[in-house]
Design a protein around this ligand. Sequence first.
Ligand code: ATP
Ligand code: MG
Length: 513
Amino acid sequence: MPQEESSPLVEMRHISKSFGPVKANDDVGLRAAGGEILALLGENGSGKSTLMNILAGIYLPDGGSVFVDGQKRNFRSPHHAIAAGIGMVHQHFKLIPAMSAWENISLGEGGGKPFLDSRLIKRRIADIEKRFGLAVDQDKKIYDMPVSEKQNVEIVKVLYRGVRVLILDEPTAVLTPQETAVLFSMLRRMKEVGRAVIIITHKLQEVMEISDRVTVLRKGRNAGTVVSSRTSPRELTELMVGEAISLEIRREEAERSAEPMLEVRGLSLRNAEGFKVLDSLAFHVSGGEILGVAGIAGSGQKELCEIIAGLRRADSGSVRFMGEEILGLSPRIIKERGIGMSFIPEDRLGMGLVGGMSIADNILLRSYDEGRGLLVDRSGGRQRAEGIVDRYGVDTPSVQHQVRKLSGGNIQKVLLGRELETRPRLLVIAYPVRGLDIGASMAVYRLLNGQKKQGAAILYIGEDLDVLRELCDRIMVLHAGVLMDTVDPRRTGKEEIGLLMLGHRPPVGPEAR
Ligand SMILES: Nc1ncnc2c1ncn2[C@@H]1O[C@H](COP(=O)(O)OP(=O)(O)OP(=O)(O)O)[C@@H](O)[C@H]1O
Ligand SMILES: [Mg+2]
């Protein structure tokens, strides 16, 4: 067991940290050696981000110590942590949108020296990119970047400071499987050159794939540390939750509506550059059915959702909801007719929730935009909020708590709960379990099944093919805005769906199917 015996590069001992009444970390510890990838696992709100924020010098612990190379080093600021070789990429990014990648990366370097040589900086950045296999367009402005590229900028920024310990807080929550593979090969290179990586992720398959050891937190305390090659998703879940829970996703049988709830015909859209984003798309979803949408990112899923929601115009085609055309209607009217929308945004605080407001007021906010007027009774919001907190297991001291102070996953539960509470006839839902722990994810699948049983039609845009195959009644596969095929998940393997996603059609012939 070489990994367990080598002396740690960093170690945290007896760390405690409270936020008012909330004990986020309660006598917690962990260690990571050079050349090791440690996964940090735990339910939403179990204290992972808090612990890593302490290691990165963002929070001061109430008690306990941090050791680097065996020496006690308690950091009073991120600068101290960086100087000791520890850097973190956060769950919510901290880049300056109006600045370019290289400016962000070199920001704060040189203690405010005015004349930094930009050519030198850029060359150093290019070296790092090459060394670790990361691509960023150095001159591009942050606001022009997709989220995966922003994250790469954050990573390069940390590596640029020469850290030996890289902390990543849910880096894969915003990545496609392909992007995750690229990230993981970068992490393996870090490991090869003797650096330590601590990665937070809720995806157990990723933990099994990338980490050497796993430290599990439960309700702010250590629940155990195990060697990855000797554990299983089942054991990890049990450590995390404290009891065995079923990881099986059921496909519920439900009665289908006679008429389709949603019927899309000939839907086409070109983007500003003139490329076809949606190309004569046609499909339907019935009540009592979950239609999955599979596709690599940027295959038209987002635009499809936005068109149905009334947020974007189509060039041609029709979208009928319960027999009536809804293209051209306003988002508000579309919502009022009974279409629920839930896009889990890449930046959870960026969409639909106001961080500085309480949970209850954020729930009310949804009622305002439903047009119920501003003079709503606040106790109603409070009650609804309490219902949501209860049913979705939002971990919070009260519904008056500011959303900003919730853990990442709990923010998301509020967002999702607020949408499902309106009991839509058609639910368009994209990536609902991003950032949710395994128990909460299973709860979302149960909720979707519940809505389906009550006759709702569900269009489910997902990225995890295993989940799509277990949950959905049919899966339509998009590639570059074209519907490649609609498959029966009971009879179609992951590989076949994967090939369709890449634009390969299976050969047609008597023996092909
Ligand atoms: N700045 C803060 N102010 C008040 N409470 C906080 C703050 N940061 C975290 N907390 C609370 O501390 C607890 C632990 O939060 P933390 O963000 O560390 O959880 P997490 O394990 O990272 O969860 P997730 O998987 O959802 O990101 C939660 O109950 C959270 O509400
Ligand atoms: Mg977190």
